[in-house]
Design a protein around this ligand. Structure first.
Ligand code: NCD
Length: 302
C-alpha cells in the first residue's frame, strides 16, 4: 500500500484519514506527545527537492509514532556526484527502511521508487503533479473550521499550472463535495483542465463576496511562473490577496496558503498573519495528517 495521489480517492477513505489525523492531534497536545504505535519501524525521508514544512513534519510525525528515521539532503549526499534516483533508492533500501517518503522534481518519481523497492511509498510532492498529504491537511483545516466541505465554495488562486498542491487540493476538495473555482490568468492555468469538475474565473474581485475559502498559491518562480504575467506589480494588482480584498470576503471566510509565502506578492503580510489566516493551523495539521498516513500504511500488523 502506498499514498501516491489523491486522484480518485473516495470521500469515505479521505474521511477515515482525516478522523485519524484529528485523533493524533490530541496525542500531540499531551505532555509527552508520543505513542509507541510504530516502534521498531524505520521511515526513510528521500527529499530530492528543497522542503521545510513537509520534511520536518514527516520527521516529527514518524518520531511521535516512535518510528526511527533515515534521511539525507541532496547537496550533502552522492546525488551531488550524479548518483541516479534508482541507485539512491536501492542504496537506502539496503539499510532496511519499512517505508519511503519521496519528494522529487520529476512527475511520477515516487511511483518508480515504489516499483523498484517494493515497500510502501508516500509521495511528498512530485514535480507539478501531486502532493497528497498537503491536500489532506488542507481539507482537515477547512473541515475543522466549517464542520464539513460539502457545499462550500473554495477559490484556488494563482499559479495553478505549476502547482502540485492545487492538483491534490482539487481532488480532495471536490471529492468531499465542495465547489471549486480556479482563479488565475489563462497563462497560469494548465493547458487543459481535463476531467476536473471545477469552474474558472479570470479575476478575483468578482468572486470575493461568494467564497467561503480562499486558497492562495505561491508564484513558483523556480518553475517559470513569472513568464505567465507582465510584472509582479501587475499580478498583485489583479490577484494579490491584499487586506482590502480580505476585508471584502464574507465575515466567516478563511484564507489558506501552503507555504513558503512570498509576502507582498500573492498574499499581504497583514492577511497571512491576520485573523482569517489558517496558515499555522495547516502546519500543525500537517504533523497529524502524516501520522495518520504513516500509521495507516505501517500500523496494520500491530
Ligand atoms: C509546497 C510544495 O513544495 O509543493 N510547499 C509545501 O509543501 N508546503 C508549495 C510550494 O512550494 O509553493
Amino acid at each position: 500500500m502506498h499514498l501516491l495521489t489523491l486522484e480518485g480517492m473516495k470521500a469515505e477513505e479521505i474521511t477515515v484519514l482525516l478522523d485519524s489525523a484529528q485523533s493524533f492531534l490530541e496525542v500531540l497536545d499531551r505532555p509527552i506527545p508520543k505513542v509507541p504505535a510504530l516502534r521498531g519501524k524505520t521511515v526513510a525521508m528521500m527529499f530530492f527537492e528543497p522542503s521545510t514544512r513537509t520534511r520536518l513534519s514527516f520527521d516529527r510525525a514518524a518520531k511521535a509514532l516512535s518510528a526511527d528515521t533515515l534521511s539525507f539532503s541532496p547537496s550533502g549526499s552522492s546525488i551531488s556526484k550524479g548518483e541516479s534516483l534508482k541507485d539512491t533508492a536501492k542504496t537506502v533500501l539496503a539499510m532496511g527502511p519499512d517505508l519511503m517518503v519521496v519528494r522529487h522534481k520529476a512527475t511520477g518519481a515516487p511511483w518508480r521508487v515504489a516499483d523498484w523497492t517494493g515497500i510502501p511509498v508516500v509521495n511528498a510532492g512530485d514535480g507539478a503533479h501531486q502532493h497528497p498529504t498537503q491536500g489532506l491537511l488542507d481539507a482537515l483545516a477547512i473541515r475543522q473550521r466549517f464542520g464539513a466541505l460539502d457545499g462550500l465554495h473554495i477559490g484556488i488562486l494563482g499559479d495553478i499550472r505549476h502547482s502540485r498542491v492545487a492538483r491534490s487540493d482539487i481532488d480532495v476538495f471536490t471529492a468531499l463535495g465542495a465547489k471549486v473555482t480556479l482563479i488565475a490568468p489563462r497563462t497560469l492555468l494548465p493547458p487543459t483542465l481535463d476531467s476536473w469538475t471545477v469552474e474558472t474565473a479570470p479575476d478575483l474581485d468578482g468572486l470575493l463576496e461568494d467564497l467561503d475559502v480562499l486558497y492562495t498559491l505561491r508564484i513558483q518562480q523556480e518553475r517559470g511562473a513569472e513568464s505567465g504575467f507582465p510584472s509582479v506589480a501587475e499580478y498583485v494588482k489583479r490577484f494579490g490577496v491584499t487586506s482590502d480584498r480580505a476585508n471584502r470576503l464574507k465575515p466567516e471566510a478563511v484564507v489558506l496558503h501552503p507555504g513558503p509565502m512570498n509576502r507582498g506578492v500573492e498574499i499581504a503580510a497583514s492577511v497571512a498573519d491576520g485573523p482569517r489566516s489558517l496558515v499555522t493551523t495547516q502546519v500543525r495539521n500537517g504533523v497529524a495528517v502524516r501520522m495518520a498516513v504513516l500509521f495507516s500504511l505501517l500500523g496494520g500488523e500491530q
